[in-house]
Design a protein around this ligand. Structure first.
Ligand code: GRF
Length: 241
């Protein structure tokens, strides 16, 4: 059972996975980011399938996307892990907005390419950990549904409350007394799919987006790896039956 983790940002959830010995075989990213550096430091295989190569109307420009042997791919990120020159919340959860290229992203082409790359490396289960690109149905349906029901995600809210890229900010704006995190099986609809685990955290007086998000991430760093481990165990048990 080969596990890939997809990152776009700081990779602190990935670090937590590695810290508890989750068997991560490959780390993929859609942009240069600190998360790739975390993987390289752990001597894991990494692959960058750059979403920038799928903007501007071309599904043909897979340039410079290959297995990354060193930490070079981590270059170009600021201290928050966001790639320099792209818009972002600093939480690694937001699709970049590329000015004039906005709206020109070939999501289906990108999703197929990423699925093909992961499939080509024998990946069975995909865990998104702050991955900043929405994958469309073609990812899940790749190879007769290779990744249907095999993609996990963690989201920084108690779904179905506050889906989307600004979950933490939205909880604060709504005056919620608590928020939390949700680990779920990903489906083509964003921040939806069967919930595997949830845990609440309180919203404290004076919280801002950063402090609340960090409180949520502290929970995610325990809940997500444990949930992935249980998911892998169940899959392995089902295979052996
Ligand atoms: C987490 O809060 C996750 O729920 C969200 O992105 C964040 C990833 O954090 N999708 P990091 O990049 O692992 O630090």
């Amino acid at each position: 059972m080969r596990l890939a983790v997809l990152v776009s940002g700081t990779g602190s959830i990935l670090e937590a996975m590695l810290g508890v010995g989750l068997p991560v075989d490959l780390v993929g990213a859609d942009r240069p980011c600190r998360g790739l550096g975390v993987a390289a430091d752990a001597e894991l295989k990494t692959v960058l399938v750059a979403r920038d190569d799928w903007t501007g109307g071309g599904a043909t420009a897979m340039v410079g996307t290959d297995t990354i042997a060193g930490v070079d791919a981590a270059g170009g990120a600021d201290e928050t892990g966001q790639p320099v020159g792209t818009a972002g919340t600093g939480d690694g959860t937001r699709e970049p907005e590329h000015g004039t290229q906005r709206g020109c992203f070939d999501r289906e082409g990108y999703s197929c390419e990423l699925a093909a790359v992961l499939d080509g490396r024998g990946v069975d289960v995909v865990a998104m950990a702050g991955f900043g690109t929405v994958l469309d149905g073609s990812f899940f349906e790749w190879g007769d549904g290779r990744y249907r029901g095999r993609v996990l995600n963690t989201h920084p809210s108690l779904l179905p409350a506050f889906p989307g890229w600004h979950a933490v900010r939205d909880a604060l704006d709504a005056g919620a007394a608590e928020s939390g995190c949700t680990v779920h099986v990903a489906i083509p609809e964003v921040d939806a799919g069967p919930v595997l685990a949830q845990q609440a955290v309180p919203v404290m007086p004076g919280d801002d987006e950063a402090t609340l998000h960090e409180r949520i991430k502290a929970v995610e760093r325990e809940l997500y790896p444990a949930t992935i481990a249980a998911f892998l165990d169940e899959l392995a048990a089902a295979r052996s039956r």
